[in-house]
Write a protein that binds this ligand. Structure first.
Ligand SMILES: Cc1cc2nc3c(=O)[nH]c(=O)nc-3n(C[C@H](O)[C@H](O)[C@H](O)COP(=O)(O)O)c2cc1C
Ligand code: SF4
Ligand code: SF4
Length: 261
């Protein structure tokens, strides 16, 4: 069984590509509440992005709240994790391993898959140049094949790019991201909005609604996945001034590279 969390589609793409090779069933984490999650399979594979050199708080919380029967099953079978990231994981793999160990679950393997970067909320951070984006998209299927082979052969493996100063980034920056990186009230739509509703439809948290004039309104459940920003065909979604002049990315690209920059 594969459970994934995805904002802009990278982790969903990796999860479905993996499922095609391992024949596992695939479920989005947000549609499988942890208390109701049940499973009687041979293995569990979790797929999610790296956020600020750590694991998305939503995913950590999910692992912490998985039901006792689910965890009992996980203790009896193999558990694998695949993290998608733009460039580097920091100590996110260790964070995930610790969260699972806290539930008595042993990790058999963990990998990263480098995918197009979607983080744009800080100065100096933007989507990848198109050539880098294309290179990552052309390479990820062979990486997924490599991971699937390992899983099917039951080989223990830890293979990821932690990057420079991983301990410092995870210890110092990740807690700041948790405290200050997500301010839902900063999301607004500009006058370029045409009320198409894509930002509402794509939000994995159901955090965006349209008002009577079809203008999007953001609630307080944002997990900073950036899907609403990247999916907008008019680039009308803004996070304060942070998104000014930034590019967009979504997998699969819904409206073409030319319009996104
Ligand atoms: C809040 C946030 C923080 C991120 N932090 C990192 C990071 O620390 N390292 C990295 O390589 N990529 C980082 N990224 C990029 C994503 O991990 C990457 O684009 C991922 O594949 C997105 O997955 P998704 O499309 O399934 O949401 C971050 C993205 C977001 C939204
Ligand atoms: S996706 Fe963009 S254009 Fe469509 S409703 Fe949302 S903000 Fe408006
Ligand atoms: S409102 Fe937050 S959780 Fe929903 S799509 Fe936008 S960034 Fe993601």
């Amino acid at each position: 069984m594969i459970i994934y969390f995805s904002g802009t589609g990278n982790s969903r793409a990796v999860a479905t590509a993996l499922a095609a090779l391992t024949s596992d069933r695939v479920f989005p984490l947000t549609e499988l509440p942890p208390a109701d999650a049940s499973w009687h399979g041979e293995r569990l594979i979790l797929v999610c992005p790296v956020y600020s050199w750590g694991i998305p708080p939503l995913v950590l919380d999910y692992v912490g709240r998985l039901s006792a029967p689910f965890i009992g099953e996980a203790r009896r079978h193999r558990v694998w994790v695949v993290l998608t990231c733009g460039d580097e994981t920091g100590r996110a793999p260790e964070m995930m391993e610790k969260a699972l160990a806290g539930r008595g679950v042993t990790l058999s393997g963990i990998w990263d898959v480098q995918m197009p970067n979607n983080y744009v909320l800080l100065p100096g951070f933007d989507v990848d140049p198109l050539d880098v984006e294309r290179k990552k998209l052309s390479r990820y299927p062979s990486r997924v094949e490599e991971i699937a082979r390992c899983i099917l052969e039951g080989r223990e493996c830890r293979d990821y790019t932690a990057g420079s100063w991983p301990g410092v980034k995870t210890r110092m920056v990740y807690p700041l991201f948790r405290r200050m990186g997500i301010v839902p009230s900063r999301w607004k739509a500009s006058e370029a909005c045409v009320g198409c509703g894509r930002c509402r439809d794509v939000c994995p948290m159901g955090n965006v609604t349209l008002d009577a004039g079809r203008m999007p309104v953001w609630g307080g459940r944002c997990v900073s996945c950036l899907a609403c920003y990247h999916v907008c065909p008019r680039n009308a979604v803004a996070y304060g001034k942070a998104t000014r002049g930034k590019g967009q990315y979504f997998y699969p690209q819904p409206h073409g590279a030319e319009k996104r920059r």
